[in-house]
Design a protein around this ligand. Structure first.
Ligand code: SF4
Length: 241
């Protein structure tokens, strides 16, 4: 029981999944599950990986059925066709949102520039260790930003694809939590690109700084309450440095 109480509920939903650098591994169920996973279970080409995945799905399905029964939710209230059409509609709206388009442009352009990093990294004023650190930040958040922004955008849509104002206005909604961690990732990426920039490589790097700034401002405007979201653990516990 004491061990159970040590875990922070939901902490893994609004973190950046960078467990190697996380101060909460001892209080996170995901980190614990990860530690118990064997190398074979992490290897997608190994049968053990698929067994573990199937077991996780089965456990999630059981939990869903139990919760539905507990709260009186009818899981058959909508047909599979209705659900599929809802998903298609939602995907289309999210895909066409300006914020998604900016975030996807960032992901794709950053990919090309990172592949050609030997051409511009040589002009950085940082030493090799600091360069590696900045690059690792950019790599880590490159895909993460778009994924979290899309989750936030779908979270403020109701079943018919209209704006769900309740979710938008509730600072503790999943949508606002997703945007808050996306904004944190944007800020860290901005810092990393800026640290690598010099006069000689600014033509290559400055478009990323502009694009990330646009993402930051657009997201903050569209989700004015995201900054107030309190992330379990991270925004609740003050660290003594
Ligand atoms: S809360 Fe920390 S340990 Fe848990 S999944 Fe997120 S980064 Fe990893």
């Amino acid at each position: 029981m004491e061990r159970e109480e040590n875990f922070i509920s939901g902490i893994h939903n609004y973190c950046d999944r960078w467990c190697e650098r996380c101060p909460f591994t001892a209080r996170c169920r995901v980190a614990e599950a990860e530690q118990e996973t064997t190398d074979e279970e992490r290897d997608i080409t190994n049968e053990a990986f698929w067994h573990r995945l199937a077991a996780n799905f089965a456990a999630a399905q059981i939990m869903l059925l139990e919760k539905a029964e507990e709260f009186g939710v009818d899981l058959n209230a909508i047909s599979e066709e209705e659900y599929a059409s809802h998903r298609d509609r939602e995907d289309e709206i999210v895909k066409n949102d300006a914020l998604t388009r900016f975030a996807e442009k960032y992901r794709q352009d950053a990919q090309k520039t990172l592949e050609a990093k030997n051409e511009w990294l040589i002009f950085s004023a940082l030493d090799e260790t600091a360069q590696e650190e900045m690059l690792s930040i950019i790599y880590w958040y490159q895909f993460f930003i778009s994924a979290k922004i899309q989750r936030g955008l779908s979270g403020i849509l109701d079943f018919d694809g209209n704006l769900d104002e309740e979710q938008l206005n509730d600072a503790q909604s999943d949508a606002n939590g997703s945007i808050k961690i996306a904004l944190i990732a944007v800020t860290r990426s901005l810092m990393a690109w800026t640290a690598l920039m010099t006069n000689e490589n600014s033509q290559t790097i400055s478009p990323f700084i502009s694009l990330l700034e646009i993402i930051k401002q657009t997201a903050a405007k569209k989700f004015p309450n995201a900054k107030n979201f309190i992330r379990p653990g991270f925004d609740e516990i003050e660290f003594v440095m």
